[in-house]
Design a protein around this ligand. Sequence first.
Ligand code: SAM
Length: 288
Amino acid sequence: MNNLEEETRYIMKKYGINANKNLGQNFLINNEVVDNIIQSSEISKEDLIIEIGPGLGTLTKGLLEKAGKVIAIELDERMIKILKERFFMYDNFELINKDVLKVDLAELIRNVKLDENIKKAKIVANLPYYITTPIIMKLLEKELDIESITVMIQKEVADRLIAIPGESCSGAITYSVYYYAESEKIMIVSNNSFIPEPEVQSEVIKLKIRKKPLVNLEDKELFFKIIKVSFMQRRKTLINALVNGGILKDKIVAKDIFNKLGFDINVRGENLSIQDFVVLTKEIILQK
Ligand code: SAM
């Protein structure tokens, strides 16, 4: 047993904690992974770190040492007691006992940046896997004033999130992530790095938020709606998906647009680049 595993087991025993599967509780016990997450987050004393799901505080400890301020958001009340007791001596620590999806992160960041000597905000987390996608999408779509997101997630989801649009494992979410951020693989993490062991392999990824939009969008909502509809019926051709999904009136209109853009009429959503979806959206706007 390594030190972190011993410490984790000790804390769990002391507070009578059984991991709650429904809350995605898999506690990290691998020091190398903890160090790697903290290092690749590139934290300075001018940073606000928002940690999602601190659990027993395994990552929190390192974050508190390096950051100007750490705000940890944890849903499980049992963890709040532990975190308070473990970290009461740090005056740069704040805890929020809430579902992260219900926290107004934009306001939180704005307030911290107003009040304190904080220049940048970053997100760091070993995420609860049952809500990985909604959390990542909330962080990106709200266009928060953040520099980066360094998170551990399921490897399978990581592959899809950080694929290049058009690669075989692309999904609708690939295009969103690519639009908002530049992504980087940090490390693959084996199942035995956690208590209890998750059923899936994990991966740490870093998303660096783009300072300028990758492409200019006339109608961002429609753009992402078209992508979503294109991937809802993956087995269908893009033309069928767009017509069935109510984006285009009928196949005749669809074929006209595809011919004009020089797209193969049998093409599927996953074959299009982000730029292809931009021109497609423009053409669809003209038809409306
Ligand atoms: N950071 C700890 C670690 O690395 O050992 C725990 C990570 S564990 C995978 C995920 C944590 O997220 C748990 O502590 C869980 O209680 C918390 N959590 C689950 N759902 C949440 C939610 N909706 N909002 C905030 N925290 C949540």
